[in-house]
Design a protein around this ligand. Structure first.
Ligand SMILES: *Cc1c(COP(=O)(O)O)cnc(C)c1O
Length: 303
């Protein structure tokens, strides 16, 4: 794969409302979703001196999987550090972990990490290059992600022109907030009036706002954060699981289970509460490979 293509836009109806869905889950069969946008920069540029990528995060992370695909394409080694690895996963890896290992990823426990670059892992917010190694922050929370997300912004602005839309409200759920932030940022820099709305899936509103500030000091470039109740990342919520099933049945689209039920739910709530009539787009940010492990947990709890 030399490059990724533009992603399609679906037009669906849900609760009597038209919603455009930007299908970034369909960017490519392997390299897709917002992690492909974030790591696009590395895909299309040459790095003659680089031989290895080192990153860290959870053992089911979508970023981990996308980096494993990138490293396979580039012929780079991939070392990944995680805080803990339950013994059942060690015996039989599933989901993102299984596929990342298949792509040649080397998995290590964080306490064995020899790299000082990762010791300050919570504050690492830029890519560091040292000798033949690139250190990439958790979830691609770094400046290099701006490149691919600005191309997503271009695609959306073109779509808006083609459809003759005067305005567009764009919704997407946030983890680190990197995607929402760079999306709103790029849109403003292109002099487009589309507004980006997001909800916090990790931590609360304040945590997300802080994340925005680590990437952009000027608040006028920040997306709007929806008022939602705080929830704990990865915690199971049967109401959201049932909503995810409903979305799948009614729209015939498989969404991700960690972020999308919340993102879609709070979008619908916001549209109703504020009687929004403007055109609306929801961004499907991929991540469905991670559903296998989430489904195992959900089926045990909610059915
Ligand atoms: C990583 C991810 C997010 C969160 O993206 P951020 O840029 O960290 O806010 C949302 N949805 C999916 C499917 C993801 O993989």
């Amino acid at each position: 794969m030399a490059d990724i293509k533009n992603s399609p836009v679906d037009e669906v109806f849900f609760q009597n409302r038209k919603i455009f869905i930007k299908r970034d889950d369909l960017l490519d069969s392997e390299f897709s979703g917002n992690k492909a946008r974030k790591f696009h920069y590395f895909l299309i540029h040459d790095f003659p001196q680089i031989k290895k990528i080192v990153s860290y995060g959870s053992n089911q992370s979508n970023a981990m999987y996308s980096l494993s695909v990138l490293c396979k394409i580039k012929g780079w080694e991939f070392k990944y550090y995680t805080e803990h690895l339950p013994s059942f996963l060690q015996k039989e890896p599933i989901g993102n972990l299984k596929y990342s290992l298949k792509n040649g990823m080397e998995l290590k426990l964080f306490k064995e990490c020899p790299y000082n670059e990762l010791k300050e892992k919570n504050t690492l917010s830029k890519t560091i290059q040292k000798d033949d190694t690139l250190f990439i922050p958790e979830g691609g929370r770094c400046e290099t992600s701006r490149y691919g997300i600005s191309l997503l912004a271009d695609e959306i602005i073109n779509f808006k022109k083609e459809q003759n839309l005067k305005e567009l409200y764009i919704f997407l759920p946030s983890g680190t907030g990197t995607t929402a932030l760079y999306l709103q940022n790029s849109i403003i820099k292109q002099n487009d009036n589309s507004k980006v709305f997001t909800n916090a899936c990790v931590g609360g509103k304040e945590y997300l706002k802080k994340q925005f500030f680590t990437l952009e000091a000027d608040e006028s470039y920040h997306p709007t954060i929806l008022d939602t109740k705080k929830h704990y990342f990865g915690k199971l919520d049967c109401k959201m699981y049932r909503f995810w099933i409903e979305l799948q049945k009614k729209l015939n689209i498989e969404f991700d289970l960690l972020y999308d039920p919340y993102g879609f739910w709070y979008m619908m709530e916001f549209l109703q509460k504020n009687s929004i009539k403007k055109p609306v787009m929801y961004i499907h940010q991929g991540g469905t490979k991670g559903n296998i492990s989430m489904l195992q947990r959900y089926k045990r709890k909610c059915l």
